[in-house]
Design a protein around this ligand. Structure first.
Ligand code: PLP
Length: 361
């Protein structure tokens, strides 16, 4: 049988593992930070109607510039943005890949503050961009001073600030974004995959005016309950959008994706109605974990990074055996868990209580 190592793979891919959160058909799946609430029936019906109309036209290529969707996304974000400021792709992972294709590449670098989203180094190596990991402070919170020092030391071509940060949940302060932008002359990406869950901070889209090197990455995969459709988007200066047009594949967003996403945005209020409830379940989960003696890191997202596990691998497997999937990121003593519905959160809390102190039983 041919093995991967028998093939003439690009040297920077040798030894790498593909992104691989387990996809088990378990009853309680809290491992990839999805919105676990189903989409309401009336929204489903409207999306299906839009899809039906789109299917009648699929003998033709879709609108390469997906203008209607970009207008919808601009309206959803507000902040005076127009369709010229908006771009989208099949998940924000693809948006990030396009940014690296346009602004990274051989001889260029991408800096991010670790622990952070595990896809950043994979996207860097896939585009031959050097990845510069800079460790966060012990509480994971970025400060203007720390960020400026790292950017001045390393002078990256691209830097990513993830706020709220995955996997730590740490919120991102606006003063950090502003200090970072002024500290170097590269592309600054703010990854706002979880922004809708942060009740206290507004989106950085309001900072775009007059900052052409600032790119705000967003997704419909998390709060918007649309992970299966694959729709990520970007708000930035129109010149940045023109740069991404140079590297995107023609017609990269299918007619079905465009139709489904445009229809869903019409129902944004309904689609986001579960966000308050998810936040309440996150806070309830946090309180229960603290009560059990765990250390819970402050989170502005729909998940918690939890420390105090004696043997995270064993706890992960014990929960999996009970039909509960959470995330083991191999951070010392820690596990990450998504806040689900009230029922799912109850199952998780009960299982952890049953495992005893340190998740050891
Ligand atoms: C989930 C996630 C994304 C993106 O996901 P897509 O489904 O590709 O839009 C991007 N950034 C972070 C930090 C995430 O956690």
């Amino acid at each position: 049988m041919t093995k991967l190592s028998d093939l003439p793979l690009r040297s920077n891919l040798v030894g790498l593992e593909p992104y691989g959160a387990p996809q088990d058909p378990v009853p309680v799946s809290l491992n990839v930070n999805e919105n676990t609430h189903p989409i309401p029936d009336d929204v489903v019906a409207d999306i299906v109607q839009s899809l039906e109309a789109a299917v009648r036209g699929v003998n033709r290529y879709p609108d390469r510039e997906f203008l209607e969707l970009r207008e919808s996304l601009a309206g959803y974000l507000g902040a005076g943005l127009t369709s010229d400021n908006l771009w989208a792709a099949n998940g924000s992972n693809e948006v990030l890949q396009q940014i690296l294709q346009a602004f990274g590449g051989p001889g260029r670098s991408l800096l991010s503050f670790t622990p952070t989203y595990s896809m950043y180094p994979l996207l860097a190596s896939g585009t031959d961009t050097a990845w510069i990991p800079v460790a966060r402070p012990a509480d994971y919170a970025l400060t203007p001073e720390g960020v400026v020092a790292a950017l001045e030391e390393h002078r990256p071509d691209i830097a990513i600030l993830c706020g709220p940060n995955n996997p730590t949940g740490t919120p991102l302060e606006r003063e950090v974004i502003l200090a970072a932008y002024d500290a170097f002359d590269g592309i600054l990406i703010v990854d706002e995959a979880y922004q809708e869950f942060d009740a206290e901070r507004e989106s950085a889209v309001s900072l775009l005016q007059g900052r052409p090197r600032l790119l705000i990455s967003r997704t419909m995969s998390k709060a918007f309950a649309f992970a299966g459709v694959r729709l990520g988007y970007l708000a930035a200066d129109p010149a940045v959008v023109d740069a991404l047009r140079l590297v995107r594949l023609p017609y990269h967003l299918s007619a079905l994706t465009q139709a489904a996403a445009t229809a869903a945005i019409r129902h944004s209020v309904t689609m986001l109605a579960t966000v308050d409830d998810i936040r309440a379940q996150r806070d309830r989960l946090e309180a229960a974990l603290v009560e059990m003696g765990y250390k819970v890191h402050p989170s502005g997202a729909n998940f918690l990074l939890v420390g105090g596990f004696e043997n995270p691998d064993a706890t992960f497997e014990a929960l999996r055996a009970r039909g509960i999937l959470i995330r083991n990121l191999h951070i010392d003593g820690h596990l990450r868990m998504t806040a689900g519905t009230e029922a799912e959160t109850t199952v998780l809390i009960d299982a952890l209580a049953d495992l005893g102190p340190g998740g050891a039983r």
